[in-house]
Design a protein around this ligand. Structure first.
Ligand code: NAD
Length: 497
């Protein structure tokens, strides 16, 4: 591991022009891991100019799809060869458990790169033919130009790759801004990008505060698209800044996922799905189970099993293979989550698991897996995104009320339904206003399937060929076949028939 990282602009590892740096903290030990350049507006401008120039010269976009695919595939091999060290670094920086980063994040990153390497070679579009009857219409699918990717801290490399892979596969140039808490794996990955053969200037990384770097990326007229994963309020600010040159936007924002348990649902399956879906990544997941809405006939039994399971989570050093839950990413995030728990209690919720800091861990931003019962859909804990290990539970009598509650939220990212009658689950899924609905499962993603929200969870899809399309533009090229100076339709403008 490098003791001091640099930013990557125009194929060079550089300090910030200000020479300032900021500390990156290990949330388990509360100690400084390393320092990273505190990028400035000027650094962001340099990176944008570089990306623009590389795109305009066609150093990457002019390569054949097969050539681009080969480089991206090579990159995936580099990630595979370095899987253990990347997983370890991610765990250290985010606080996520090693079993999660090594066996979930990194394999998915590799698969995602390979999927999009394939996408580069199978461009989809309408067939070229004579739709007008007088000439041939051809669809060209082209890269957009400069894509700025702004990524969050909960899945630093994983979510960065969701944007990098389709953007590169489509032939774009990039400027990427990692979250300030978690820039390290992206910087390690950048070395692999260089070795895999992405040309100089095409791939740039600027570290530093969102308000400064992110704002420059969002407002620059030389940037063609912003791909953001982040908070809904950040998305709203970016929408405003991006309006100056009508940039394309791809916004993956917050979530507040419900889990609905139907009366015939298997109690063990619901309880397991709820705690795994609610507490993975220490609950810092936009699709995490946050509201468990259970039919009253099975409510007590499900809640009892959830509590038993929550109490068995092993909290500790995320680098220890047996640890189930690491710390939250920062002190600030833990304070925020504790504020929500307090608010939940003040509003009438009752803590039935966790609720505080684990006594056996003296250092680190740990918080126990927490379950609140006697909650209602109008409480803050059921409405706002907490982004921590906190689940609210309550019961319902009528299914229509449960569906109404599930949908009664500004977000629309993900939801799940549990029950043995699959037709009944399907009917509920059809009525849920969320971009993903799982049945008897919560949290599975696939490179081939789209991930993205409705409502204030944003728009645009990550993963899948739908995502690839978003990093391209479609051009209609028309070739006249009549060879006539006066076309048959010209009389509608000039002259007679
Ligand atoms: P955040 O919005 O604070 O930060 C996200 C990124 O935006 C960071 O790189 C940050 O530096 C940058 N940023 C912050 N303010 C900015 C500004 N004014 N202009 C430009 N850039 C700015 O989010 P976070 O705390 O890093 O991540 C958690 C959020 O991300 C949650 O809301 C979560 O739901 C969301 N998220 C969504 C998905 C999804 O797929 N929809 C996935 C993961 C996380």
């Amino acid at each position: 591991m490098d003791s001091k990282y640099r930013m990557y602009i125009n194929g060079e590892w550089v300090d910030s022009e200000s020479k300032e740096t900021f500390d990156v903290i290990n949330p388990t030990t509360e100690e400084v891991i390393t320092e990273v350049p505190q990028g400035t507006k000027e650094d962001a401008k340099t990176a944008i100019d570089t990306a623009r120039e590389s795109f305009d010269k066609g150093v990457w976009s002019n390569k054949t799809p097969a050539e681009r695919a080969r480089v991206i595939w090579k990159l995936s091999d580099w990630v595979e060869d370095n899987a253990d060290s990347l997983a370890k670094l991610e765990s250290m920086n985010v606080g996520k458990t090693i079993k999660y980063s090594r066996d979930s994040d990194i394999p998915f990153i590799i698969d995602n790169l390979r999927f999009f390497a394939g996408c580069a070679r199978i461009l989809e579009g309408r067939s070229a033919t004579e739709y007008s009857g007088m000439g041939t219409s051809i669809i060209r699918r082209e890269p957009l130009g400069v894509v700025a990717a702004i990524v969050p801290w909960n899945y630093p490399l994983y979510i960065a790759v969701w944007k990098i892979a389709p953007a590169l596969a489509a032939g774009n140039s990039l400027v990427i801004k990692p979250a300030s808490y978690t820039p390290l794996t992206l910087l390690e990955f950048t070395e692999m990008v260089e070795k895999a053969g992405v040309p100089k200037g095409v791939f740039n990384v600027v570290t530093g505060p969102g308000e400064v770097i992110g704002s420059e990326l969002a407002s620059s007229k030389k940037v063609d698209m912003i791909a953001l994963t982040g908070d809904t309020n950040t998305g709203k600010k970016i929408m405003q800044m991006a309006s100056n040159n009508v940039k394309r936007l791809h916004l993956e924002l917050g979530g507040k996922a419900p889990l609905i348990a139907l009366p015939d649902a298997d109690i063990e399956t619901v309880a397991q799905g709820a705690v795994v879906g609610g507490f993975w990544n220490t609950g810092q997941d936009c699709t995490a189970v946050t509201r468990v809405i259970i039919n009253e006939s099975i409510y007590e039994k499900v809640v009892h099993r959830m509590v038993e399971k929550a109490k068995k989570f092993r909290l500790g050093n995320p680098l220890d293979k047996s640890t189930d839950m690491g710390p939250l990413v920062s002190e600030r995030q833990r304070d925020r989550v504790e504020g929500f728990i307090k608010q939940g209690v003040d509003d009438g919720g009752k803590i039935i698991a966790g609720g505080g800091r684990p006594k056996h861990l003296k250092k680190g931003y740990f918080l126990e897996p927490t379950i609140l019962k006697d909650t209602t859909q109008d409480m803050t804990v059921c409405r706002d995104e907490i982004f921590g290990p906190v689940i609210a539970v309550y019961s319902y009598e009528k299914l229509d009320d449960a569906i109404e509650d599930a949908n009664d939220i500004d977000y629309g990212l993900a939801a799940s339904v549990y029950g043995k009658d699959i037709a009944a689950c399907m009917k509920v899924a059809n009525k849920l206003d969320f971009g993903t609905v799982w049945i008897n499962e919560h949290g599975i993603l696939a490179s081939e399937m789209p991930h993205g929200g409705f409502k204030q969870s944003g728009f645009g899809k990550d993963l899948s060929s739908y995502s690839f399309e978003e990093y391209t533009r479609i051009k209609h090229v028309y070739v006249d076949l009549t060879g006539e100076a006066v076309k048959s339709w010209h009389y509608t403008v000039f002259g007679g028939k």
